[in-house]
Design a protein around this ligand. Structure first.
Ligand code: ATP
Length: 747
């Protein structure tokens, strides 16, 4: 059906008094929507957030009393909260790294060869089991990276328990143990979630777990401010984990947030700076020299530059990274589907799975290394050599099963922490690893990362992806040196890491900045940018980023920045719900209770009261506002009811006779508190009250967003996405309410 015909069908031929909201053919087509009922049911577990401020009489009265100093205090408060977020995230990051360090030391001090394999495995099993048990206790949201959930929240979806204290503490403790358990996973993704959780806790001055709620901080206790603080915390988490403050801001902007403002950039940047500074101060001590700044400093040359002809192999590496990244996304997703099908929600199975993978990983890390050829340590700048060459990083080679003066190249990569392995792969010394070692390492770690991501423990994939990328990148560099011309393999390791991350995570600018901040090498900006762009483009040919797929996998009704292609030909009428539950401006208490009891909707259009204007029936369908279930619950709870006599004395138009029993601050405090269910509220409402009226006019949102039923669905999508809306009321050409649209109708 073309658009012109659509319009005619829906509006011009429609009589304003005709009750049928849309044409039957439209209703028929709505049932053919692609989304299955099962998927819709899963999505309905999620509610949306209210990012838009409710523009009503209460707010206007409040604003007219406000002075500039109040605004100033609020702004100052936000800066203080951001500082606290930065400090807290920095301290947590330090605790994480220090605890992991201690646990790893404990493990590696005890294990060196054969008999100690069981000690090594024992430690790994202990750490893995503890990590999984913590998740079992704290809930599933403490597992994995939490990035899809944070992304979903910042997109406008309420994900219950995602940021509560139990989840955040569970995630950090689980992460400490999982990261020490020898499994192939990294802490950066979970740090994004931990930072968000800290941002949420620090800014809201309330906790369900600790059962306290400081109501006087109500100005910050709303969804949109909370969203901004969560963005700050998330960015600070990444910044502290990588030691990359700008990278943190850009990551939150590019990957995390769906809504951003200039003010948020400054505040987020400030939180990131504080978090990085605090983490580094604690980790490195106060006497740190400036050039040591950075949590991870790699040994890429500061003086050797690439030649422009090397851009060709770099582009090839981008293509390889894109393909490998897409393969990772594909298989990881398949495995996660299988995991869900086979293990379901059984916690014992999940624990057994973790045990199995710890044994598998420990075995793969330990035994193949025994077959590797030992190499002499001489010529390699180890810690014991006492080299003080500023330009060459000291390397901790692992002796493992080799005799004195020799090291085991594979064990040097597998029997150490992932961060140390990464540092060695970035090292300038050219002859540490043979191509075979690098190849074997790449294959093992690629398979292990694909299998590990999704286990019932806190885990991320940043560092594993960098590690895999730098291993095959270094191998690529060695092969070029062997067959073409002499190149520095450390640069190829860097480029490989960038391309692998771009291929799987599909980040661009934030990834480039993180890489540059991590390695402190601005000279390689051009090749890094090139390879990241190529990696992303190639990956995009095959599938979406791993996080986008995980969001889908978890049935989070996420609205991505661009509408799906098939929406292009659809109209709003084809997606909307047409049996609209709405209220007139003045409504009987009984009616409100009935609707709240019999429906689960959270937003209701408010239509014009007929007798205020001409008493025709069609006027009662004209849209004039929107009221939320939470607002109605508060009105019922506070019993803000009127008798018919009282109502006739109120002149709303001229604002006479109004004596509002609640002000904006009070209302907002109620909204920020736990709102009792309708059945509980009903206990306090007498039969007599049922016959009274609620006047919705001072409370309803005047700035209700509506769209015409013949508009294109892509426009509705854009409106939702850009304005962060929860409901759009659909009206026809006469401004009569004919439908409702929520994000679930668009996903
Ligand atoms: P959310 O859950 O996103 O916070 P909500 O509970 O108001 O908002 P949804 O659960 O998203 O709404 O909506 C489920 C379905 O109900 C959607 O198809 C939507 O169009 C429809 N719907 C929402 N509000 C109303 C309403 N007032 N009257 C009729 N249908 C509605």
């Amino acid at each position: 059906m073309d658009n012109k015909k659509d319009y005619l069908l829906l509006n011009v031929q429609q009589d304003p008094n005709d009750d049928t909201p849309i044409h039957p053919s439209i209703t028929h087509r709505r049932h053919n929507k692609k989304t299955s009922h099962h998927e819709r049911a899963l999505m309905s577990n999620f509610e949306s957030l209210d990012f838009s401020e409710i523009d009503n009489i209460l707010l206007r009265q409040y604003n007219s009393r406000q002075k500039k100093i109040h605004k100033l205090f609020k702004t100052l408060g936000k800066w203080v909260i951001c500082t606290l977020i930065g400090i807290l995230v920095g301290i947590f990051c330090y605790c994480l790294k220090e605890s992991v360090d201690q646990l790893q030391k404990l493990k590696y001090n005890y294990s060196s060869i054969y008999k100690p394999f069981f000690i090594y495995l024992g430690f790994n099993l202990l750490y893995g089991i503890v990590s999984c048990l913590i998740v079992c206790f704290c809930g599933p949201l403490s597992s994995s990276s939490g990035l899809p959930e944070v992304k979903g929240y910042l997109n406008g979806i309420r994900i219950s328990k995602a940021f509560n204290l139990k989840t955040v503490l569970g995630k950090i403790t689980s992460l400490i143990f999982s990261f020490s358990s020898g499994l192939v996973l990294g802490p950066e993704g979970p740090m994004f979630h931990i930072g968000s959780g800290l941002g949420s806790s620090m800014s809201q001055f309330k906790s369900k777990t600790l059962r306290f709620h400081l109501r006087s901080f109500w100005v910050f206790q709303n969804d949109s401010d909370k969203r901004d603080f969560i963005s700050c915390g998330a960015a600070a988490g990444i910044a502290a984990a990588f030691g990359a403050p700008i990278g943190g801001v850009l990551f939150a902007l590019e990957e995390g947030s769906s809504f951003w403002s200039r003010q948020l950039t400054w505040r987020t940047f400030f939180s990131c700076l504080i978090a990085t500074l605090i983490a580094n101060l604690f980790l490195q001590g106060f006497g740190v020299k400036i050039h040591d700044y950075g949590v991870l400093t790699f040994g890429v040359s500061k003086f050797y530059l690439y030649t422009y002809t090397e851009l060709i192999p770099f582009i090839i590496m981008g293509i390889i990274g894109g393909i490998l990244g897409a393969i990772f996304v594909h298989f990881n997703l398949r495995i996660n589907h299988l995991r869900k099908k086979l293990l379901g929600t059984n916690k014992l199975y999940k624990l057994l799975e973790v045990i199995f993978f710890v044994i598998l990983t420990s075995t793969i890390c330990f035994f193949p290394a025994l077959l590797a050829n030992c190499r002499p340590v001489s010529g390699i700048p180890t810690n014991s050599s006492g080299s003080c060459d500023d330009d060459i990083i000291q390397i901790n080679t692992i002796q493992f099963n080799c005799q004195e003066g020799y090291y085991n190249p594979l064990a040097t990569l597998t029997m150490t922490t992932l961060e140390d392995a990464l540092q060695i792969l970035f090292s300038r010394t050219t002859n540490i690893f043979t191509p075979l070692t690098l190849f074997v390492f790449t294959v093992f770690y690629f398979v292990l990362t694909t299998l590990t991501s999704g286990l019932y423990i806190a885990s991320g994939i940043f560092i594993p992806m960098m590690l895999i990328g730098s291993a095959w990148g270094r191998l690529f560099g060695l092969l070029i040196s062997e067959y073409f011309t002499s190149v520095d393999p450390s640069i190829y390791a860097l480029i490989g890491a960038a391309s692998m991350m771009a291929g799987s995570l599909r980040m661009t600018i934030s990834l480039v900045v993180i890489i540059v901040e991590l390695t402190e090498t601005t000279q390689y900006l051009l090749p890094v940018i090139t390879v990241v762009m190529v990696g992303k483009w190639v990956g995009d040919v095959f599938n979406e980023s791993v996080y986008e797929h995980l969001i889908e996998f978890k049935h989070i009704p996420y609205l991505s920045s661009q509408p799906a292609y098939h929406l292009r030909t659809k109209t709003v009428a084809e997606a909307m719900s047409s049996d609209v539950k709405s209220f007139p401006e003045v409504v009987k208490v009984k009616t409100v209770i009935e609707v709240l009891e019999t429906s689960t909707h959270n937003g209701f259009p408010v239509t014009m009261l007929p007798k205020l204007h001409e008493p025709t029936s069609s006027i009662s369908e004209i849209l004039c506002g929107l009221i939320l279930r939470s607002q109605l619950s508060i009105l019922l709870k506070r019993k803000i009811f009127y008798s018919l006599d009282e109502l006739t004395n109120i002149d709303f138009i001229n604002d006479k006779g109004y004596d509002l029993p609640i002000d904006h601050a009070d209302f907002q405090q109620e909204l920020a508190s736990k709102i009792p269910s309708i059945s509980l509220i009903l206990n306090d409402i007498s039969q007599e009250d049922h016959e009274k009226y609620i006047d919705l006019r001072p409370y309803m949102n005047f700035a209700v967003v509506s769209i015409k039923n013949y508009s294109s669905l892509t426009e509705a999508y854009r409106l939702f996405r850009l304005a962060g809306l929860r409901h759009i009321v659909v009206v026809n050409v006469f401004n009569h309410v004919v439908g409702m649209l929520t994000r679930k109708d668009l996903t």
